[in-house]
Write a protein that binds this ligand. Structure first.
Ligand code: GLA
Length: 439
């Protein structure tokens, strides 16, 4: 903000600064782990430590999965005699400050959950009327993320007014806390939380079911708001709930057992990467039963690089074989879904991420025709297509390639100019420098 202020003048700059909120200064989506689809309400201090240790041991911390989000049920049913929110003494006997210290010592960050109502979705003490005191408590404990839910709100409560109260309270603490709104997309939060910079991320849908096509329907609902995402402010389609889920009672998971195939799992991860969604794993790494191939997918450095790209702009559907999906205008805002789809998103240096999707039940060939020409790439230069899952160059092409995609699969690609322009690209011109169509 300050860099841009020179040209605008000090006065305008002050107005801009006072009308937006700082929140967390992180520019890319957060990465980490959530307790909800693993432990549901049976979350305990020891379990959190075991999962964090597993993230370290599996190399996931090294890849950036650093936020450990303790969801609902960490707190007591009632506040302390002083009116403070407090940890459940039997499940978190050391308290949250000690847990934050334990996690920080290992390079992790602590996320906590609260609710804008009088009680949380699981009937623990909510933050309504206690926003300032709770924000101060979290900051004093060393909390780095707050997921803020919307159960049991008082009659007439308006999310557009209620959510900023906690946002401002968090800002007033001076601590860098990622503010994750969770009102399930009610009232289209992208349209007001985004422009007003009220949160770092906002849930766009109801809780995700880790089943096909349910997770894809969540992705569709999240894709719709792609224009509103920007650095530090993202649409949130919920966690990456993968592997065996032991929710008891099964609040979000329909059943225990592994619900997704390998292809579906990498489609799920590919969608979250290209949509610049938070990458919050809700996988029970402490169990011996999670399929080890999940690790191959969520550890893919090239996929993570797409998600963590410095432009931080959300990719979206650009073409589908559905009705009205063959709109070859790269500026088209809403392309209807189909069985075969191409999703695309801009990356730094004029690169483009592509996801070739086959939602159907039989193998499909997807054709892509495009140009990357712009300030980053001279005319008549080939495009290099990198296969993210295979971790190899798929090939170079002038303006067209075709790929076979298995049912329920998504092939994630990174397209780059085979010979970048020698002149440096103009700043701020990255989005729209490329044209991309399919046929
Ligand atoms: C809501 C949220 C979930 C989870 C539960 C906890 O349903 O959408 O993500 O946080 O509450 O009770």
């Amino acid at each position: 903000m300050t860099e841009r202020c020179g040209a605008l003048g000090v006065l305008l700059c002050l107005i801009l600064l006072s009308s937006s909120q700082a929140l967390s200064k992180r520019r890319t989506p957060i990465m980490g782990w959530s307790s909800w689809s693993v432990y549901s309400c049976n979350v305990q201090e020891d379990g959190i430590k075991v999962q964090a240790q597993a993230l370290s041991d599996l190399g996931l911390w090294d890849l950036g999965y650093t936020y450990i989000d303790v969801d609902d049920c960490w707190m007591a049913f009632n506040r302390s005699a002083e009116g403070l929110q407090q940890a459940n003494a039997s499940t978190f006997p050391s308290g949250m400050a000690a847990l934050a210290e334990w996690l920080h010592a290992r390079g992790f960050k602590l996320g906590l959950y609260s609710d804008a109502g009088t009680t949380t979705c699981q009937n623990r003490a909510g933050s309504y009327g206690y926003e300032a005191v709770d924000a101060a408590t979290y900051a004093s404990w060393g909390v780095d993320l707050l997921k803020y839910d919307t159960c049991n709100t008082v009659p007439g409560w308006d999310p557009e007014e209620g959510y900023p109260i906690m946002g401002k309270a968090l800002n007033n603490t001076g601590r860098d806390i990622w503010y994750m709104m969770c009102n399930w997309g009610q009232g289209d939060p992208a349209t007001w939380a985004g422009p007003r910079a009220l949160a770092n991320s906002w849930r766009t849908t109801n809780d995700l079911m880790p089943l096909f096509p349910q997770f894809y329907e969540v992705a569709d609902a999240n894709e719709r708001w792609w224009e509103y995402a920007r650095p530090g402010q993202f649409n949130d389609p919920d966690t990456l709930a993968m592997g065996y889920l032991f929710a008891d009672p099964p609040v979000t998971a329909p059943a225990t057992g592994n619900t997704l195939s390998y292809a579906e799992t990498r489609l799920y991860f590919g969608l979250w990467c290209i949509m610049k969604s938070n990458l919050i794993l809700s996988v029970d790494f402490a169990s011996s039963e999670w399929p080890r191939w999940i690790l191959d997918i969520v550890s893919n450095r090239h996929a993570i690089a797409i998600n963590q790209d410095a432009l931080a702009l959300q990719g979206h559907r650009l073409w589908s074989d559905g009705e009205g999906g063959n709109n070859t205008d790269p500026r088209a805002v809403h392309v209807p879904a189909g069985l075969r789809e191409v999703w695309s998103g801009p990356l730094v240096d004029g690169d483009v991420a592509l996801l070739l999707v086959n939602r159907g039940e039989s193998i499909a060939t997807i054709n892509a025709t495009f140009t990357l020409h712009g300030p980053h790439c001279p005319k008549d230069v080939n495009v290099s297509v990198y296969d993210v899952w295979g971790q190899r160059v798929f090939g170079e092409c002038a303006s067209h390639f075709a790929m076979r995609v298995a049912p329920h699969d998504g092939i994630l690609l990174r397209c780059s100019c085979a010979r970048p322009a020698t002149r440096p690209a103009r700043k701020g011109k990255d989005r729209g420098d490329h044209a991309f169509v399919t046929q």
